[in-house]
Ligand binder design. Structure first.
Ligand code: ITT
Length: 213
């Protein structure tokens, strides 16, 4: 059974259309989110931790909102910023900028304890320097603070848009202030959001690859 690792029910709702019913279930596991400038290393580290916890194939979903005129902020810090500032304050910040462009990004990280080829999607084989810095290593390459570098396959999705005043009551998170085309993501139903969204694009790539695995 594939475990979709997230504490966010909104993500699960969107993922369901791409993953065969009965072959996947949510794992409500709050993995350690390391500080990093991009989503890949965070998701890869989370997938290793979740795989060790679940002992089953796992798929971690890490996403964020990247505002162009703020050099990509809040990006990997999107969850913290939503919890502390809230989306109305993010909207206010963006209103003072001349350029409202932003993007959502999603990185899915898959780990089942086995290796795989990189092409065409990236494989994170772990940051051995970070592992070494974390302390002494066991014979199998692991240590308590930094799980060994199990291979993790990464699938990425991206969608461009604009930050606008909140509209709509669907979706979750930053959806009401993210406009793509003429609608915010909160004005779209799940099917329409999936057809264009960062998560939809990443899930599409994953589902195609996973069908052959
Ligand atoms: P998990 O880590 O348990 O999966 P989370 O909601 O904290 O749940 P992320 O760290 O990936 O997930 O999310 C970063 C932030 O971006 C968080 O505030 C989400 O609400 C928001 N977010 C992620 N995907 C989104 C989407 O499709 N639409 C709107 N906001 C989204």
């Amino acid at each position: 059974m594939l475990r979709y690792v997230t504490t966010n029910a909104g993500k699960v709702r969107e993922a369901e259309s791409y993953l065969a019913k009965g072959s996947v279930s949510q794992l409500d596991f709050d993995y350690t989110e390391i500080q990093a400038g991009s989503l890949g290393p965070i998701a890869a580290r989370g997938a290793r931790e979740a795989y060790r916890h679940a002992d089953e194939p796992v798929l971690v979903d890490d996403a964020g909102l990247f505002i162009e005129a703020l050099d990509g902020f809040p990006g990997p810090y999107s969850a913290y910023v939503e919890d502390t500032l809230g989306i109305d304050r993010v909207r206010e910040l963006a209103r003072d900028l001349e350029d409202p462009r932003a993007a959502f990004r999603c990185t899915l990280a898959y780990c089942d304890g086995e290796g795989f080829a990189a092409s065409p999607d990236a494989v994170d084989r772990g940051d051995r320097a970070a592992a070494a810095a974390a302390g002494p290593t066991d014979a199998d390459g692991s240590n308590e603070r930094e799980p060994a570098a199990l291979p993790v396959k990464l699938f990425e999705g991206y969608v461009p848009g604009r930050i606008v005043s909140p509209r709509g009551d669907g979706g979750f998170g930053y959806d009401p202030i993210f406009e793509h085309g003429d609608e915010t993501f909160a004005e779209m139903d799940t099917e329409r959001k999936n057809a264009v969204s960062h998560r939809g694009r990443a899930l599409e790539k994953f589902a195609e690859w996973y069908a052959d695995r």
